[in-house]
Write a protein that binds this ligand. Sequence first.
Ligand SMILES: Cc1cc2nc3c(=O)[nH]c(=O)nc-3n(C[C@H](O)[C@H](O)[C@H](O)COP(=O)(O)OP(=O)(O)OC[C@H]3O[C@@H](n4cnc5c(N)ncnc54)[C@H](O)[C@@H]3O)c2cc1C
Length: 558
Amino acid sequence: MPIEHDVLIVGAGLAGMRAAIAAHDAGVDVGVITKVHPVRSHTCCAQGGINGALGDDDSWEAHMFDTVKGADYLGDQDAIEVMTKEAPHDLIELEHMGCPFSRNDDGTVAQRPFGGAGFPRTAYAADISGFVILHTLYEQCLKRGILFYEEWFLLDLVLNDGRAAGIVAVDIVSGKLHEMGAKAVIFATGPTSRVYEASSNSVDCTGDGTAVAYRAGLPLMDLEFVQFHPTGLRNGVLVTEGCRGEGGILVNSEGERFMKNYAPNKMELASRDVVSRAEAEEMAAGRDIDGFIMLDLRPIGTEKIKTRLLQVRELSMDIAGVDPCLAPIPIRPTPHYFMGGIKVDVDGRAPSVSNFFAAGEVSCVSVHGANRLGGNSLLDGLLFGRRAGQAAAETAKQSASAAAFPAGSLTRVEAQIKKLAGRKKGERHAGIRAELQHLMFRDVGIYREKEALESAVAAVAALKKRYARVVVQDKGKRFNTDLLQTLETGHLLDIAECIAIGALNREESRGSHARRDFTERDDKTWLRHSLYTHTPRGPRCDYAPVTITRFQPEERSY
Ligand SMILES: Cc1cc2nc3c(=O)[nH]c(=O)nc-3n(C[C@H](O)[C@H](O)[C@H](O)COP(=O)(O)OP(=O)(O)OC[C@H]3O[C@@H](n4cnc5c(N)ncnc54)[C@H](O)[C@@H]3O)c2cc1C
């Protein structure tokens, strides 16, 4: 007897758990599967905070404009309007659920300035914002008795005649495969940035849901837009934009506060693409110190560092060997966030498959366009997670039963796993993954150009060929992380192929996509979304219009 729920959610991070709460509260039965324990989901790494126009002087219109401009006009403005209008409601709701936001002296929720924002509108809990949000949502799920399948791994999305019927998943502990049926399925599987070397993301951020949906025929959108965060430590671990929001400054090897040459008005609080490129320029000009730029937090003062940037101080001491109260932290741009993902509308609905939804970083609504503003991602996951949960619950209520699994759905996946696990000789996946991450960082990084991109496309194709003969050494069933990581590497390869091809196709510079050979934004040709649809020969690329409502594209400067 297969497992069945009204709404089945894959992913127990911010978006997945918020969706679960919303669906449960709408009166349907919910199941959530997750490959890691819910509170170990990657959201727990988020430090800086979550955006919403709560202040008297702020407004959703101002938040909307900052987001549209930050996105370099590629975001869909109808969706951005929904997000910025509803943000205060969702933040207050989260606060009422028990989220312990930091406070002003008068007891109101404190908000700090963030990059690209005209007002201090990032609500935070010191520098552990994601951690406390995740724990708040988990408590709410436990209170409601929502059922979690912890340490279960998504293998396949099952469709029946254009409708989501459920998934095939493996219980990691036993190694047993399961069919899980549902009237509505939500993917909330989070980030993909482990396609890159030195990523700020957790090791489990391997784009599983993105790749599984893509292989099932769902189009992915705008994957070529990959954000590099300006302040990564040596190994990619991040120190939050909140460091600069609180008054930290960036200096080069000559002690110069170089952002005055790139963004004279916003300085360190220009949008992330601008600051990361400025750092890359300084490094290319030799004004780095052993490959690093310096982030000086001393202007903030010891007291504030120790209370508001507690985790940043610990990470700096542990990883860089520097106490930021005493000396600047060596940092450099690090691959951080995918603006693209599974194409969905503001209710998380995918256009081409009914009863299927996606929310959080796996999805592309699109509210971040070509460059996301700091603090807008937690908002995206919270708010569109809620909306997807509500919409999925309504869909489930209108469906008499879950769609049947087509015959052989489970045995087909079983056979694929058997073939992979049964191979006796070959290369292990780890070398392929490391080469992929390295070449993506080098050739499809902050700056891009034709020759390097062509070489990346060819190199990814070659790695895919090697992957087709990959071997899994662990032949056991229980907790076979060798097998799971091999599958993850396969996901990364499919996604890398889309990124590299999309970046090569897009002959302009916009937001995070900076071409050395096409340095200008080209609205005439390229003010459009890229869509990637899976075919046996690789992605088919199509394009879709951007929705412009209130703000006509204009030149972007900070
Ligand atoms: C270091 C860092 C700091 C950040 N700080 C901020 C910030 O201050 N403000 C902000 O707005 N944004 C921030 N971000 C971005 C933000 O944290 C993420 O975009 C957001 O938390 C993603 O939430 P999510 O629910 O989509 O994914 P996640 O929290 O990653 O959850 C994904 C879930 O999917 C599950 N899953 C994945 N694959 C499978 C599979 N194959 N089978 C079963 N389950 C699976 C995982 O187990 C997990 O439960 C930061 C990001 C990083 C890396």
